[in-house]
Design a protein around this ligand. Structure first.
Ligand code: DX5
Ligand code: ZN
Length: 233
């Protein structure tokens, strides 16, 4: 199964966002990941529907909106109108998770659900058949450029088993946080089908296209050291 690469614009140059999004798309990115933060659920404030709409205008790729906000139900239609293809909510912010998932789907958007590193997979057991995307946070949410939490790999493996057991093989398993050439192989081998990468793409010294190429090769299971040899050339 070819892993999809979803660059996160959180680490992009916002002074030339459309250009960076197009560059990522031309370099073969599969989705564009948009990190929305409200300064309450996470200690950072980022972007909203207006920037999501600008991303929508800049690419035909699926726009994967990650809501790290309290009361996400208040904003579902705004992000649907802005052009989101996926809207992912945090299990921790949704007292009526099933209802929120239904409301996202009613807006014609694919629903996703995500868990912070400390939140148990079991909290999703009842809604797995209802979602198109399940996201494992492999960092504590709020910032780009953080280190991958190693325990995430076991959690990815367990989630992959849960999805297979529930016949939810249509759902994508996305891993979000700290993905780079050193962690992409491990995450995809454990069962990820979508890898979010922010700093590893938009902050790579050799540029966006080379960064995506290296991550894709690492995700394909090339040993990180081989990829390192590439870099040494
Ligand atoms: C963190 C965000 C992630 C982050 C990924 O709260 O949800 O999407 O931007 O960025 P990197 O790949 O730099 O960890
Ligand atoms: Zn994210």
């Amino acid at each position: 199964m070819t892993v999809r690469i979803a660059p996160s614009i959180l680490s992009a140059d916002f002074g030339r966002l459309a250009e960076q999004v197009s560059e990522a798309a031309e370099a073969g990115a599969d989705w564009i990941h948009v990190d929305v933060m409200d300064g309450h659920f996470v200690p950072n404030l980022t972007i909203g529907p207006a920037v999501t709409s600008a991303v929508r205008d800049a690419t035909d790729l699926p726009v994967d909106v990650h809501l790290m906000i309290e009361n996400p139900d208040q904003y579902l239609s705004a992000f649907a109108e802005a052009g989101a293809n996926y809207i992912t909510v945090h299990q921790e912010t949704c007292p009526d998770l099933r209802g929120t998932i239904e409301r996202i789907r009613k807006l014609g958007v694919k629903p996703g659900v995500t868990l912070n590193p400390a939140t148990s997979l079991e909290t999703l057991a009842e809604v797995i058949p209802e979602v198109d995307l399940v996201v494992i946070m492999s960092v504590n949410p709020g910032f780009g450029g953080q280190a991958y939490i190693p325990e995430s790999t076991q959690k990815i493996r367990r989630l992959r088993a849960m999805l297979d057991e529930n016949g939810a093989d249509g759902a994508q398993l996305e891993v979000d946080g700290g993905i780079n050439v050193d962690t992409a192989g491990e995450a995809s081998e454990a069962g990820a089908s979508v890898l979010v990468a922010g700093a590893a793409v938009f902050r790579h010294p050799d540029g966006i296209a080379e960064a995506i190429r290296l991550i894709r090769r690492a995700a394909a299971g090339r040993a990180a050291e081989e990829v390192g040899a590439d870099r040494a050339q």
